[in-house]
Design a protein around this ligand. Structure first.
Ligand code: GLU
Length: 626
């Protein structure tokens, strides 16, 4: 094999000092092994696991941002980011890198996403943006009363989540295969090399994974998970413990060879259905037929024009069943009808006056979200078109409810609007808990860009770990995505909730993978997104606002404290705002809750010299590239 193109390693320009230090052992060792092996040809991945695995950060760790010239990948775990970087360095495209990253995340960040979950992906090929929908579907046997108890009351969240009941047909792998068929450059099977080799050799458990393991009361009740994540005395493995997952390696090899049918059919599909249906106390109905008939969808992205301070842009996101792009668009556009853009940051923080306007716009947007949003195959868009929710005249009339005078009071809880005069045929869905998830952004050297948000829903999903039973340890976790449906199928007045459970339906999501373009030239400016349940909408909107209005770079915008409202109290990230700001909001009749708001934002922006990426200081992500 000719020796032409050595893998690019993290460079000084792409690697911040802290990471450079953490990577030092790995860089030297990788360089030496390349000198000796030197078998890389362009377009071929010869994955090399970093011999000294980078130590992931925990808690709140300042991140400097990463400048690159030709390509960049941002993900929630350093091993996953590095796998994506190796794919890009070997000549892979953005979707190639995203697939390698996702498969490594399934191993090293199993609490958040994986082959047992679903994902939304936006792809830009230099001209056209496409939205790939790999959302889970409800089994054919699911009924609107799936999450009601015997007396017709909604189940408690944990009772709904843990077991087989909450598991939908996982769509991430089939969706990635569909996107790869259109935009991949490297062979599908090669993209599984990094995850297979790390699963075989072992990876060091990250501090965040260890902390979430220690905190979860349900995972150890599953015998497969108990044998994999805990020692023989039942103690969770600590950070730094080398964990091997030979069962996952074998399943990934099957998917690498056979495509999505390696997951959704045959012995793995049967093992999934068995796991769900045979749960001892909380079984579900997901069947081998539900799995074999799962289909990912390609959708038109939901795009809207937006006059940012710097320049007019076009923002594209996921259409329904995600509520993300519509809610973000509503908030940003309603703010335009207020004095928000005249209110700069003060000492680097949003002011009480600005937070008042933002959270009021949020209340109005979340009222519409609860009223209208659901799977478009089952739920009619208001006035026949989801764009009615973003119509400037409609949003101006909605924003008229915001009292922007200096002493203006909060509306506290907004009612849904009626875009296009739509009658309110659905009952609003009450707010429900959501957690988990991971975001990946990639830009490649060919002009493609990807934003993918991927999830098994709650941290550790349904706590059901699938293992085929051939004697290999480990496996993969199944999602609990069906709990993103409304637990109550109807409102108090008997009207149906748009996002109720129905067979074959996709649950409403908040995931907001986002691409931003220069409106005049069509050039890609930003790829970004976050985990965080319904708060994803606020985390992403904050980052966009910081970059587009306050002139911050991706890292600075991600670093801003989090805030928002789900159409109730005003939520502020704990310990980030001054008592004076909190009091000023209370004076305007906001009920303020200061709470942890652990976003996991990742964003990459175009700069005059290439790209600049940011990763959330609240989690373990990094950006790498060249
Ligand atoms: N399941 C959620 C959704 O699809 C995401 C959960 C999370 O990010 O925490 O919107």
């Amino acid at each position: 094999m000719p020796c032409t193109a050595p893998l690019a390693l993290p460079t000084a320009s792409s690697t911040p000092p802290a990471t450079r230090q953490r990577w030092a052992g790995g860089v030297v060792a990788i360089s030496l092994s390349l000198l000796s092996a030197c078998s890389t040809v362009p377009g071929t991945l010869n994955y090399i696991a970093p011999p000294a695995q980078p130590e992931a950060a925990t808690g709140n760790t300042a991140k400097p941002g990463w400048a690159t010239r030709r390509y960049a990948v941002a993900a929630a775990n350093p091993l996953a980011t590095d796998a994506g970087r190796q794919v890009l360095a070997a000549g892979g495209s953005a979707i190639d890198a995203a697939i390698a990253v996702q498969m490594v995340l399934a191993l090293v960040e199993p609490q958040s996403s994986g082959i047992g979950g679903g994902a939304f992906l936006l792809h830009f090929d230099g001209k056209v943006t496409q939205a790939f929908d790999g959302r889970e579907t409800a089994p054919a046997g699911a009924t609107p009363g799936l999450f009601l108890d015997a007396s017709g009351q909604p189940l408690k969240f944990a009772d709904a989540v843990v077991g087989g009941r909450s598991v939908g047909a996982p769509g991430a792998v089939a969706m990635l295969a569909q996107a790869h068929a259109r935009h991949g450059k490297m062979p599908w099977a090669q993209l599984f090399q990094p995850a297979i080799s790390l699963a075989t050799q072992g990876f060091a458990i990250s501090p965040r994974m260890a902390a979430l393991l220690a905190a979860d009361p349900h995972l150890k009740k599953d015998p497969v998970a108990a044998a994999y994540f805990y020692d023989s005395t039942g103690k969770p493995w600590p950070a730094g413990h080398l964990l091997r997952n030979p069962e996952l390696a074998a399943v990934l090899q099957g998917i690498a060879t056979r495509g999505p049918s390696g997951l959704l059919q045959g012995e793995v599909g049967e093992a999934i259905a068995r796991k769900v249906q045979n749960h001892p106390t909380n079984p579900g109905s997901l069947s081998t037929r539900d799995l074999a008939t799962y289909r990912p969808l390609v959708r038109e992205p939901l795009c809207f024009d937006y006059d940012a301070a710097a320049r007019p842009v076009r923002i594209c996101g996921m259409p329904p069943p995600s509520s993300g792009a519509i809610a973000i668009g509503q908030i940003l556009r309603m703010l335009d009808s207020t004095p928000a853009s005249t209110l700069p940051l003060a000492q680097g923080l949003p002011t009480a006056d600005w937070l008042h306007l933002y959270t009021e716009a949020s209340r109005l947007a979340f009222a519409d979200r609860g009223q209208y949003l659901g799977d478009p195959a089952f739920v009619q868009a208001p006035a026949g078109n989801w764009a009615s929710l973003l119509a400037p005249a409609y949003l101006r009339s909605r924003a008229a409810q915001i009292d922007s005078s200096p002493t203006g009071k909060s509306i506290q809880m907004a009612l849904p609007g009626q875009p296009g005069g739509t009658p309110l045929s659905y009952a609003p869905m009450p707010d429900q808990t959501e957690y988990g998830t991971s975001h990946i952004s990639v830009v490649d050297a060919y002009g493609n860009a990807v934003a993918i948000t991927t999830t098994i829903e709650d941290a550790w999903g349904s706590r059901q770990m699938v293992n085929r039973g051939v004697g290999l340890a480990g496996g993969f976790l199944l999602n609990n995505q069906l709990t993103d449906f409304s637990f109550s199928p109807t409102g108090g007045d008997g009207r149906p909730v748009a996002n109720r459970v129905e067979p074959g339906k996709r649950p409403r999501s908040s995931m907001s993978p986002t691409l931003v373009f220069d409106k005049a030239t069509g050039e890609l400016l930003i790829s970004g997104g976050s985990p965080g349940g319904a708060l994803i909408i606020h985390f992403t909107a904050k980052t966009l606002y910081g970059m587009l209005h306050w002139g911050l770079n991706a890292q600075q915008a991600i670093d801003l404290p989090n805030f928002g409202s789900l159409n109730g109290p005003t939520l502020l990230e704990a310990n980030r705002f001054s008592p004076a700001t909190v009091q000023a909001l209370k004076n305007r009749s906001h009920t303020v809750l200061e709470v942890p708001m652990a976003s996991g934002l990742q964003a990459i922006e175009r700069t005059p010299t290439g790209f600049f990426g940011g990763a959330d200081p609240r989690r373990e992500g990094i950006v790498l590239g060249d």
